[in-house]
Ligand binder design. Structure first.
Ligand code: ADP
Ligand code: MG
Length: 132
């Protein structure tokens, strides 16, 4: 078993899509083992996305991620990190494979509804960011 972090982003919480996302995850055999809801401060959002320091989209991303509620959750499954990245689809929904979560509900490359850790190492760091 392997763990990863998913965040339901503000565009999805605003459109009442928390349940939809959880349903997609559970149908794909991910087990939700931790979950909470919060509104990120600017400081928290900058820290979470520190890897994107210097990117042209960072300020807009921080503004978006602090604009509403987010729902981080820890998911457990065999091969969780890779399988979750496959299930959510590409960053830009225009490029996301048919049937992926982002292809169905993401609004655009920024407001793309969900975050998922991209490696086991980052999953551990991101899980620790939100959960003890
Ligand atoms: P992913 O979330 O697929 O791992 P990245 O780590 O590259 O994607 O980017 C983090 C987040 O920053 C994306 O999910 C998206 O919300 C936003 N983002 C990425 N690239 C862009 C871009 N070119 N323009 C606007 N927002 C972007
Ligand atoms: Mg990423």
């Amino acid at each position: 078993m392997n763990r990863t972090l998913l965040i339901v982003k503000p565009d999805a919480t605003d459109r009442n899509l928390i349940g939809h996302v959880v349903n997609r995850l559970e149908k794909a055999r991910f087990k939700v083992v931790e979950m909470r809801m919060l509104t990120l401060t600017e400081e928290q959002a900058r820290k979470f996305y520190a890897v994107h320091e210097g990117k042209p989209f960072l300020n807009d991303l921080v503004a978006f991620m602090t604009s509403g509620r987010v729902v981080p959750m820890v998911l457990e499954k065999e091969n969780a990190v890779e399988d979750l990245r496959t299930l959510i689809g590409a960053t830009n929904p225009a490029n996301a494979a048919c049937g992926t979560i982002r292809s169905e509900i993401a609004l655009n490359i920024e407001k793309n509804s969900v975050h998922a850790s991209d490696s086991n190492e980052n999953a551990a760091i991101e899980i620790a960011f939100f959960f003890e």
